[in-house]
Design a protein around this ligand. Structure first.
Ligand SMILES: CC(C)(COP(=O)(O)OP(=O)(O)OC[C@H]1O[C@@H](n2cnc3c(N)ncnc32)[C@H](O)[C@@H]1OP(=O)(O)O)[C@@H](O)C(=O)NCCC(=O)NCCS
Length: 201
């Protein structure tokens, strides 16, 4: 499998942040905030031990899509930038290989509500469209995760789906989900119309 993120020159800097690719050594430091209940409330998994967390962190192709977020040399969160195939009919599937990305975010509690997730997410859109030349970026969350879908809206992503009681939380509740996306042309139009698009907290 090609590692599409190799095409990016790392680390990537934004106004306040440094984004770099995750390494196996980042397991413990990310666990320090990913073990906190308020952080895992809407996350896909909440491993109970560092060992279980490490196995997941290092497993499958997770490392290759995880970015570490640093501010002033301190780790303040992590991001997901997962390049994937678009949906396509079988006859044209080759043309839909690696054409879109799913993005996600996690910021450690002491650093939330300062616009850092939005700043990191904006950088992932820039990388996706301007460097990787992708055609679409999507993001998903539970409808109750207001902070997460606010990021998507601040970035100009379009709400495309709202599923109804389709997702099961570990609390036992079946809840709604939201899907957002933005196309390359829409992103470019937004950047151009605003001169230099930067979402502010
Ligand atoms: C979701 C998360 C990444 C937001 O990070 P952040 O750095 O605080 O986000 P920002 O500061 O860029 O804020 C984005 C928007 O969310 C809002 N927001 C942030 N935290 C919020 C909260 N707890 N409740 C409601 N809104 C919140 C901000 O006010 C801002 O919206 P606004 O400009 O309309 O005011 C962070 O809370 C987190 O890591 N949560 C746990 C992990 C998680 O749920 N990840 C997403 C899974 S889909």
């Amino acid at each position: 499998m090609t590692d599409r993120l190799e095409a990016i020159t790392w680390p990537v800097r934004t106004e306040r942040l440094l984004l770099r690719r995750a390494t196996p050594d980042d397991a413990e430091a990310t666990w320090s905030f990913r073990r906190i209940p308020e952080v895992t409330e809407y996350m896909t998994a909440a491993p109970a031990t560092l060992e279980a967390y490490r196995e997941r962190f290092l497993g499958a192709d997770r490392l290759r899509k995880t970015l570490i977020v640093e501010q002033g040399g301190e780790m303040v969160g992590d991001l997901m930038l997962a390049v994937r195939d678009g949906w396509a009919q079988a006859e044209v599937a080759e043309q839909a290989k690696d054409v879109e990305a799913e993005i996600g975010w996690c910021i450690a509690p002491p650093h939330t509500r300062k616009g850092l997730a939005t700043e990191g997410a904006e950088a992932m859109l820039r990388l996706s469209f301007d460097v990787l030349g992708l055609r679409r970026v999507l993001a998903q969350c539970f409808a109750d995760n207001v902070a997460s879908w606010r990021i998507m809206e601040k970035l100009g992503m379009r709400r495309e789906t709202r599923t109804v009681k389709e997702s099961l939380l570990r609390t036992g509740a079946w809840v709604d989900g939201l899907g957002y996306a933005i196309l390359a042309d829409e992103w470019r139009a937004r950047v151009t119309s605003k001169g230099d698009f930067v979402a502010r907290p």
